[in-house]
Design a protein around this ligand. Structure first.
Ligand SMILES: NC(=O)c1ccc[n+]([C@@H]2O[C@H](COP(=O)([O-])OP(=O)(O)OC[C@H]3O[C@@H](n4cnc5c(N)ncnc54)[C@H](OP(=O)(O)O)[C@@H]3O)[C@@H](O)[C@H]2O)c1
Length: 366
């Protein structure tokens, strides 16, 4: 087994960000990709090595041959790419992590828990901003307590965009997340997408609306809390009431595979303009309510959401290389606890008892 770290999709936004964060930790990545020119440009920027392969299938056979220590998969949709990459990793004992953020991909990863345990390798799914920022707050709120009755998580990302196309990996994942779901009575149940809109006041005083968006956070929050009722919401939902009204019909249409593939290809080519980060911070938020009526609320404050994804994946990789993981399939905070989020540069803010202001973990008054 080599101590190499491979990043599949190493030329992409996430791949390059992760490589840069690994470099900050003194670790060199091997960027794996299809295009020699893009690979070279990305490697130069992040001081990485490269491996050019014609397809994902070839990358998978190279994992079997070269046996890297850790494989980071950034190629979505993960329901398509993860099974064969995980299989190859399991066969040679390589640890695996991905940036999956949809219900189907996380469910599929959890189903591989027993096989991963038997093989002695670690599989970490959801190793990006969305799952980590919300799951970590839930773990923090529930530490040492019985399971709450209800949990709601909200993610409020803020990130700069570089000019370019959205790409099939990102669009495929977004469209895959359009099926409405929530946890009701302990089970995944159909639900209206973009419902349960709430106007949140962020700890910095600014306001944002979130509405239900059942991404991977839903399952991670359910597993972290054991709550009977769980809802996950996002600020990245269309604000227009008209679009909200149309969403259920759109999500039904997206269940037709051919229509979804066509839409994915078209949207992936749409050019996006460079844009600044809209607000200084990104946030993870959770509210847990217990059967006796007690309610606890918490926030995780961090900077750019895309940079945080890079930090999370790099931190988990360095811990796996140091032998700190354990065999099985996990989400980040389920494996490494609530302190992982802080190791990646985020800070918890928990409301002060009595409801006046927030206390951060570094606040001596707590
Ligand atoms: N969990 C989270 O919070 C989180 C955060 C960020 C991103 N993500 C997810 O991570 C994924 C990547 O996002 P991104 O913004 O980095 O996308 P991106 O910039 O489009 O990068 C995708 C990369 O995947 C490669 N790729 C795409 N399709 C491929 C295929 N069929 N075979 C082999 N390589 C392929 C591309 O390589 P080429 O150069 O060869 O085309 C590119 O390097 C998305 O699914 C996104 O939803 C999740």
């Amino acid at each position: 087994m080599k101590t190499q770290i491979w990043i599949l999709g190493g030329t992409g936004r996430s791949g390059r960000t992760i490589a840069a964060h690994l470099a900050q930790r003194g670790l060199t990545a091997v960027l794996v990709g299809r295009d020699a020119h893009r690979l070279h440009a990305a490697a130069e920027r992040t001081d990485s090595e490269t491996l050019q392969v014609p397809s994902l299938a070839t990358a998978v056979s190279e994992i079997g041959r070269q046996r890297p220590a850790v494989v980071i998969n950034t190629i979505g949709p993960f329901t398509t790419t993860a099974p064969e990459v995980v299989h190859a990793c399991r066969a040679v004992g390589s640890h695996y992590l991905d940036l999956a953020n949809d219900v189907a991909a996380l469910s599929a990863a959890f189903e591989m828990h027993d096989a991963a345990t038997r093989a002695g390798h670690t599989l970490v799914t959801g190793a990006g901003f969305g799952v980590t920022a919300t799951e970590s707050v839930v773990v923090k709120l529930c530490e040492g307590r019985p399971a709450p009755l209800r949990v709601r998580v909200d993610m409020v990302p803020s990130m700069a965009m570089e000019e370019g196309t959205a790409g099939e990996a990102l669009i495929g994942t977004l469209l895959g997340g359009l099926a409405g779901r929530r946890i009701t009575d302990g089970h995944l149940a159909p639900a209206r997408i973009l419902s349960d809109a709430v106007r949140l006041t962020l700890p910095d005083g600014s306001r944002v609306t979130t509405a239900s968006m059942p991404l991977g956070e839903l399952l991670a929050a359910h597993r972290a809390s054991g709550a009977r009722h769980v809802l996950s919401a996002s600020s990245e939902t269309p604000a227009s009431p008209l679009i909200r009204a149309m969403m259920p019909a759109v999500s039904t249409l997206m269940r037709w595979e051919r229509l979804r593939s066509f839409t994915t290809r078209r949207l992936a080519r749409v050019r996006v303009k460079a844009k600044e980060r809209p607000r200084e911070h990104s946030w993870g938020h959770a509210v847990a309510t217990w059967a006796d009526g007690e309610t606890r609320e918490g926030w995780l404050r961090l900077g750019d959401a895309q940079a945080y994804t890079g930090a999370v994946a790099a931190e988990i990789t360095s811990r796996l290389l140091a032998g700190q993981g354990r065999p099985g399939a996990y989400t980040p905070a389920a494996l490494f606890g609530s302190a992982l989020a802080e190791s990646c540069g985020a800070e918890y803010l928990l409301p002060r008892p009595g409801g006046r202001g927030h206390a951060s973990d570094s606040d001596p008054t707590r």
